[in-house]
Design a protein around this ligand. Structure first.
Ligand code: ADP
Ligand code: MG
Length: 301
């Protein structure tokens, strides 16, 4: 029996060796293997995985830029590493991806709350420049950057306008730009933030609430689209705005509603009509921001 087992083992290792030698006759595979500080007796057990790693190694060698990466996971290379008498394979980040990550490190200064991917990447560099309607907004943004970075007191913006006109994108581009100067900000899709805040009553309510209250720059995105309740208006929005006013923390809003429309929207809740409380919110918004209108074509597809 022992003899038979020995025979089978020998056959197996011959098969492995054949498969390995077969692969080794390929010029690219050979070139890849020669970069590895691993003995042949170990390598021969991993031919198919090494072939896969070899393909990715050569993809990387020919790579021009990250966006044309041919590897299974973009920006990563399937690579072998020797551990004792074994080889472990894992996906390792390539140099180009590492550089890109480092370049984008500043984005960590912006907290996005239920915001679309393209908004997270918003930048002045990619801004559509074909639209005269944006000029007042861009002027304000330029002024804002100048004053804010000098430490001067400056108001945020109440950006009101049509759906898809680029309101959120423009403020996101501003926050991303200031993030490079280590200024922290948050873009909060307001209707969803309220839903989530309600759901976290017994959990991290205070933490979420305080974060929004205190962050350097805040965008309350799509205000007016939320479900208005007296609690949301008087215990959430009111205190956030009050605090930010007292602390001179610039606050931005985007809305499909004008301030007048927002006021009537905020006055009606299931517990009745309260014009005074709605008025008070609008007064705070006016203290915190300059109203700018953006009416433009819908950029959503
Ligand atoms: P709004 O907030 O006014 O409803 P968005 O800011 O969400 O509109 O913009 C709508 C779409 O158009 C988004 O997909 C956004 O990425 C794109 N977009 C808007 N403005 C620009 C811009 N200036 N440059 C590039 N893409 C933009
Ligand atoms: Mg928007």
């Amino acid at each position: 029996m022992e003899n038979i087992n020995k025979y089978i083992d020998k056959e197996k290792s011959l098969d492995l060796k054949h498969a390995y030698m077969d692969a080794y006759s390929n010029k690219e595979f050979k070139e890849f293997i020669e970069t590895l500080p691993i003995e042949e007796e170990i390598l021969i057990k991993y031919t198919s995985k090494l072939e896969e790693a070899s393909v990715e190694y050569h993809n990387c060698k020919k790579c021009k830029n990250l966006s044309s990466c041919k590897n299974k996971i973009c920006g990563y290379r399937y690579s072998p590493e020797k551990e004792g008498k074994m080889i472990n394979f894992s996906y390792i980040m390539c140099d180009k991806k590492v550089k890109e990550e480092e370049k984008n490190e500043y984005l960590k200064n912006v907290e996005f709350y239920d915001v679309a991917e393209e908004i997270k990447k918003a930048s002045f560099k990619d801004l559509y420049k074909d639209d005269a309607n944006r000029v007042p907004v861009l002027k304000y943004i330029t002024e804002f950057i100048k004053k804010y970075t000098k430490g001067e007191k400056v108001k945020g913006m109440y950006l009101n306008g049509s759906f898809g006109s680029g309101k959120t994108y423009l403020i996101a581009a501003l926050f991303n730009d200031l993030a490079k100067k280590n200024i922290r900000s948050a873009i909060v899709y307001y209707p969803e933030f309220l839903r989530d805040l309600k759901a976290s009553f017994n959990k991290d309510y205070e933490e979420k609430f305080n974060y929004i209250k205190k962050v350097d720059l805040l965008l309350l995105d799509d205000i007016g689209a939320e479900n208005v309740s007296s609690f949301n208006r008087d215990e959430v929005l009111g205190p956030i705005l009050q605090y930010r006013m007292e602390e001179n923390l610039p606050t931005f809003f985007t809305s499909n509603l004008t301030l007048e429309e927002l006021e009537s929207n905020l006055s009606i809740t299931s517990s009745g009509v309260d014009k005074v409380k709605a008025r008070r919110i609008i007064e705070r918004i006016k203290q915190l921001s300059e109203t700018v209108e953006l009416v433009s074509k819908n950029r959503r597809n």
